[in-house]
Design a binder for this molecule. Structure first.
Ligand code: HQG
Length: 193
């Protein structure tokens, strides 16, 4: 009976979204645990996902290698998998402490602007504030939430003032918080919807 509910033609994007939920936020939805470094056992992940979607190791390999943001990594021996960034659960994915470029970007929705300009960028449910190296990426991230606005982040000055920046394995810049004084809103630079 359970098989009837399973998708027979797997949509890789849907499986990938489910993997993000499991590997970043809620491993308990399939009854698995992540270790301290965010790793999940590949066989346990496959068994858990297969209760909902048709999947096997080849499909998983395809999802990981084709992911446009390179969201996931396998351990060297291929027995474990983790998300490279985006977690809300407390794991240490061995991010690289890295000197940032002078300027980074953050895309968000216009409805958050007043709060952001009062409080700065906060990580919310995630472990870090996520920053993009370019405006195009920031705009895409912002559009996920609504009418996008982009903030320029004076990352160089933050770094000189002692704030830590990390570069994830897939090129996302992460920092704990961005006080409002380091933010500048870019106006009228966005293409209409
Ligand atoms: C906003 C995706 C009010 C913040 C993306 C954002 C990214 C505030 C939202 C990654 C605030 C949180 C993360 C404040 C921050 N007041 N709102 N003081 N401070 N916010 O989804 O950065 O495709 O947790 O601006 O590409 O949008 O999933 O973070 O709008 O890299 O791999 O609170 O997720 O990657 O939203 O996205 P999110 P995000 P994936």
């Amino acid at each position: 009976m359970e098989d009837n509910m399973k998708e027979t033609t797997p949509d890789l994007t849907r499986i990938s979204k489910y993997m993000s939920l499991i590997l970043r936020h809620k491993p308990q939805v399939i009854g698995i645990h992540l270790d301290a470094h965010g790793w999940a056992d590949v066989n346990a992940l496959l068994a858990g996902i297969s209760r909902k979607y048709s999947i096997n190791r080849d499909i998983l390999d395809e999802i990981v290698s084709r992911d446009e943001k390179q969201r996931y990594s396998f351990s060297e021996d291929g027995t474990k998998i983790r998300a490279n960034q985006g977690h809300s659960i407390q794991v240490d994915v061995e991010l690289t402490l890295t000197e940032p470029p002078e300027m980074l970007c953050h895309g968000t929705a216009r409805r958050f602007a007043a709060s952001i300009e009062a409080q700065g960028l906060l990580s919310g449910s995630r472990l870090y504030v996520h920053l993009s190296p370019d405006q195009e990426t920031a705009e895409k991230v912002g559009r996920r939430h609504g009418e996008p606005v982009i903030y320029l982040v004076d990352a160089g000055q933050m770094h000189r003032d002692g704030y830590c920046f990390y570069l994830s394995a897939n090129g996302v810049w992460l920092t704990k918080v961005v006080p409002a004084t380091y933010l500048k809103r870019l106006e009228d630079r966005l293409t209409p919807n």
